[in-house]
Ligand binder design. Sequence first.
Ligand code: FNR
Length: 355
Amino acid sequence: TPDLPYLNLREMEAAAAEVLSPAALAYYAGGANDEVTLRANRDGYAALRLRPRMLVDVSAIDTSTTVLGLPLDFPVGIAPCALHGLVHPEAEVATARAAAQTGSVMALSTMSHRTIEDVAHAAPGRLWFQLYLYRDRSVSRALIRRAEAAGARALVLTVDAPVLGRREAIIRTPVRVAPGTVLPNVGPRTPGSEGLDDLSYFDTLLDPALSWADLAWLRAQTTLPIIVKGLLTAEDAALAVEHGCHVWVSNHGGRQLDTAVTALDALPEIAHAVAGRAEIYLDGGVTRGTDVLKALALGAAAVFVARPALYGLALAGEGGVRHTLDLLRDELRLAMALCGKTRIADLGPDLIWRG
Ligand code: FNR
């Protein structure tokens, strides 16, 4: 890892803001509407207070865990996020290498610059593939087959974006892929779409009619585990479990429904509804080891980060993403020690102060 001077993820974010183009910064950093949910995602972690236990032998801390049977060195993965190629020529391949080298896991977005095969090769056995369902199901089916053949360990179906949220920063400064670039899972532009920016065009390919019946369809297409990403209620989590799926609690980084509840606030009711029948993941606003600790204490098996990984990629490619993950792992280890917890399995709701 190159010796990077950043002490924490906020410093990396500030440094990345200096190097990103205005359009890439608007696209990465922005949220929907007034960005109430975007801010709440972070503020929620600060507002939760910890109940540390003392006089526990913390000379050895073990941050390792498993997700869907895959061993992780620490319970942090990379959330699916589009267009890594906006900031680094190696794009998702660099991010995937960093995830593999730190014993993490990466969820590859449908809207990637690099092919599923290239990214899978960079993170053998440590890749999940994120799906948006296309109106043309045969395209989705072909992507599922490719993900399976490339060795993806799970499919992540994102369900909180049947239509694109109103992200005003990118309405003002639309993000564009480099001229001539064809995104491998999106394909060449259809005639007549020239006036649309890349995100709006992608949105026209997706099916806004997506419903639970389609999840049954998807379940029948593959034997891979399916994780439903973007759930925020006990009701939907229970439905996901009834459909044989795992649950990813998320408000899409505050980019879809503004003023939606945070994943952290939704987690207790979801953990209660799931009741151990499926794995639960969480994302949104995680920037500190204590954030990871709190999410795990409330029932998440692992957490995921999107923007912090993108900022690392923008600053130093693969080594930058590794720096992001290393910081989170080291901070989690420290937080566990200061809480008197030596193993991931020991993190429970007793850690959270209820006032
Ligand atoms: C995203 N997110 C996302 N989610 C998804 O399922 N498919 C996608 O292609 C994308 N693309 C995407 C691009 C960018 C630039 C961002 C910031 C986010 C949402 C992502 O997976 C995740 O839910 C949140 O971003 C997590 O919050 P943090 O870690 O960014 O605060």
